[in-house]
Design a binder for this molecule. Sequence first.
Ligand SMILES: [Ca+2]
Ligand SMILES: [Ca+2]
Length: 201
Amino acid sequence: MNKTHPQRNGDVATFDSTKSCSEERARCWPPSCTRRCACILATALLVLTATSLAVALGLLPRAPVNRFCAASNNQTGFLCDDRASCVPASQVCDRASNCRNGEDEQEELCGDLPRSFPGYLVFHCSDPAYWIYADQRCNGINDCGDCSDEMGSLAACPPCGPEWWSCTPVLYEFCSCIPRRLCRDGVQHCTTWADEYICLP
Ligand SMILES: [Ca+2]
Ligand SMILES: [Ca+2]
């Protein structure tokens, strides 16, 4: 059924309700758009403008382009969409949501580890078959299994920190330092026994 609408110049334009807006617009735009088309276009423009304004004012979250951040103890982390929360690398894709909207567990990030990871979250051990999270490098623990994450040029770790005692450990768990809390505990942890006779907790 055709409807008529009076125009400003007195002409009469017809509007076929069976036609889509795009068809109608193509026929009448510009300059004499029908009221329906003009209303739809104005609404779309209003929504677009409001959305752009909200994003510009920070009212809507935007995914950070670069999510690298420093978590506690200056460890490598993953920046959440709120641009404030920094999740330690080893908590990304651990099946527990640490970001408010769970962006640390999203499929595109966790679907094909470690290839789906950005490079800064991964440390590749000297054995190409193994990889660990970047924040497991230089944490004192033998995570690679061959100590390549704690010793040598690949890891490039700083000397033992104040919480650690430098020696060659007898336990496979450590590489070149042992935790000071193990000093003088009555159990040998260094091959030289230095942890029992020299080290002070
Ligand atoms: Ca997580
Ligand atoms: Ca380690």
